[in-house]
Design a protein around this ligand. Sequence first.
Ligand SMILES: C[S@@+](CC[C@H](N)C(=O)[O-])C[C@H]1O[C@@H](n2cnc3c(N)ncnc32)[C@H](O)[C@@H]1O
Length: 274
Amino acid sequence: MEQLHQRQPGITRRALARGRDAAGRSSYALLAELVTPGSRVLDLGCGDGVLLELVASRGGVGVGIDCSAAELALARQAGATVVRAEAAALPLRAGSFDLVLSHLAFSVMDDAEAVVAQIDRVLAAPGCFAAVVGGGPALPASTGRQPDRQSGGEPDRQDQPTEDGFEVFLSLLGEALTGRARCRLGDRRAGRPEGWRELWHARGYQVTWERHEIDLSGTLDEVWLTLASAYDMTLLSPEQTQGLARRFAEECGRRFAERIPVTMVVWRAMAERG
Ligand SMILES: C[S@@+](CC[C@H](N)C(=O)[O-])C[C@H]1O[C@@H](n2cnc3c(N)ncnc32)[C@H](O)[C@@H]1O
């Protein structure tokens, strides 16, 4: 992960900032809309500072932390206040933030207990932590496709046309990675509601999870930029990456018109004290 952000800082913004939910919000805006004017906001795993820009536009006073020097250099260039730090060891005063946010970062962090303890420490009462978690395809729910009842599992992908470019991509990436270990990032509890309850209830926080579908449809180039930002892509050689890009383009050409449908599910997960 570190290498990817070092080599391609700003990759998450390029991949996701254009996406919108049914109400016209980006996945970043799902967090930014919680900011009230004058509130002190910490962005945990801020990357190139895209969320901090939205925080400032809503009158919040934002600070970002991230462990990637290359990401932070971009954030500083854009005028953000950022600190290079590990989320599990924040060099920040206790009770110095009203809100802690994290966009697709909390769930890739190791040692969730230590990170949660730090968030709890830097939050002033009452205190709220909100994160965007997720990144899976929306099928079959959003297309109304039913699971295959006979096998009780997923629909048979060979018999039914796949209707989302995300599914096409994942199936091709799965083939390219056959027999190889995937990137295992973060503490498993940080990516699921029962894990959040385990982590936060003990500290007196209430947990809520809200599902959002983000439309990331676009041209082949746009959609590839989004999907190829997956951390598992770092496991492929440049030749394998080119091969996958070629096969993805062929499959999309067969299945879709110029605009390739891609829908990503994200969760707005919140832990609120009080
Ligand atoms: C998927 S990127 C998201 C970046 C940004 N939040 C965004 O959505 O555009 C995850 C970010 O978390 C940072 N990160 C991962 N683990 C971290 C840790 N333990 N402490 C601080 N930053 C971390 C990475 O360097 C990276 O910038």
